[in-house]
Design a protein around this ligand. Structure first.
Ligand code: AMP
Ligand code: GLY
Length: 368
């Protein structure tokens, strides 16, 4: 495998496998087999993200709180399963779908249309959960699971959380809705039992486990797992991590989490705004010129992350749907937000757009 060769040739100490597709494809397995330290789960453990059905069955077998569900293989079975659920109901295609493939149907007709559109193939039909969503990030080294951080993201393309779903248009961290008590409950009832079950089944999970939670009246329930840092959640969390992050990742890779100081956060707040190319989440305009990134980076507490950029003959240009992520960090969300938007106002990118209302829920709470 090319990654293994490159790691050997360049005497790499630690490989961090970021996205889900190479993890599901077994890149971490190949590196481990070659004796190279790697942060990220093997293919068998990446099923926690790769197969929604796998995760639902694991939850059921281990009494991990999640929405009630049925796995089906054909559209016919899916339609029949609808009788066992109320409305709204959630229809999920099984397998990696890059954030798509989930329909929250608020009428029976809509549910049937979603099944029709999905065609035959494995699906999960799921009870609709009511509550606010929060994301929890835990480091897991097979045995030990440690809380790292929390965040909330904005999935919809439009302001007021409207329009089609995207990979994420903004995020903030921490997520105050995930109180210390709820966080402890989620670690004890969801994350640790998952890590233990994976280890017992001979497929220990090593890496970052991103639990998408619904905070219901009955407590936190698992919506889904990702086996990686979310994007743009990652860009909101990174500036808040105190201490040597590479050392943390290395400790996970070497199974030393129980021996180290648990990860610490600075106590500050971060707000991340994604700049996307016009057209996203459809076909994005490519090649638009981006200027004044340096000016944006001059704003105190601001980091500009490149996601889909390239250096062309004329300078920096857009290459991809989500182009930049701009993070502001400060003592409060209001100030973090002000810093992020002050930086955004510096950036000259005619073919780009961003949401002006990232963090609106939290800002309403902060000022209440
Ligand atoms: P997923 O890809 O599983 O994270 O689903 C995408 C989004 O659909 C989630 O972030 C939720 O907003 C919503 N969703 C998924 N499952 C449920 C559920 N059982 N109840 C309510 N909303 C859900
Ligand atoms: N922002 C959601 C994700 O990375 O899955």
């Amino acid at each position: 495998m090319a990654v293994v060769e490159a790691a050997r040739t360049n005497t790499i100490d630690l490989v961090v496998v970021g996205p889900e597709a190479p993890l599901v494809a077994g890149v971490a397995d190949a590196l481990r087999a070659a004796g190279i330290a790697v942060f990220g789960p093997n293919a068998a453990a990446a099923q926690l993200e790769g197969s929604k059905g796998f995760t639902k069955d694991l939850c059921r077998a281990n009494a991990i709180p999640t929405a009630d569900y049925e796995r089906v293989d054909t559209a016919r079975e899916a339609r029949a399963a609808l009788d066992n659920f109320g409305i709204p109901v959630v229809i999920k295609a099984d397998g990696l779908a890059a954030g798509k493939g989930v329909t929250v149907a608020i009428t029976r007709d809509e549910a049937e249309a979603a099944i029709e559109a999905a065609g035959d193939g494995p699906m999960v039909i799921e009870e609709f959960l009511q509550g606010e969503e929060a994301s929890l990030f835990a480091l897991v080294d097979g045995e030990t699971a440690l809380f790292l951080a929390s965040a909330q993201d904005h999935k919809r393309v439009g302001e007021g959380d409207t329009g089609p779903n995207t990979g994420g248009m903004g995020a903030y961290a921490p997520a105050p809705v995930l109180s210390d008590e709820l966080r402890a409950q989620a670690m004890d009832e969801i994350v640790r039992p998952t890590a233990e079950a994976m280890a017992r089944n001979g497929t220990p999970f090593s890496g970052v486990l991103y639990a998408g939670l619904m905070l219901t009246d009955e407590g936190p329930k698992l919506i889904e797992y990702n086996v990686r840092f979310g994007d743009p959640e990652c860009e909101a969390i990174m500036p808040l991590i105190d201490g040597d992050f590479a050392e943390l990742l290395h400790a996970v890779a070497e199974g030393r989490l129980a021996e180290i100081e648990p990860p610490q956060l600075t106590g500050e707040h971060a707000m991340t705004v994604v700049v996307a190319a016009q057209g996203y989440p459809g076909t994005p305009t490519s090649g638009g010129l981006i200027r004044e990134i340096e000016a944006a980076e001059q704003v105190e507490g601001v980091t500009v992350f490149h996601a889909g950029t390239a250096l062309g003959d004329r300078g920096l240009v857009a290459k991809g749907g989500r182009v930049l992520a701009v993070t502001g960090v400060a003592e409060t969300f209001a100030n973090a937000r002000a810093r992020a938007y002050r930086a955004l106002d510096q950036i000259d990118f005619a073919d780009g757009f961003h949401r002006r209302d990232i963090g609106w829920r939290e800002l309403a709470r902060e000022s209440a």
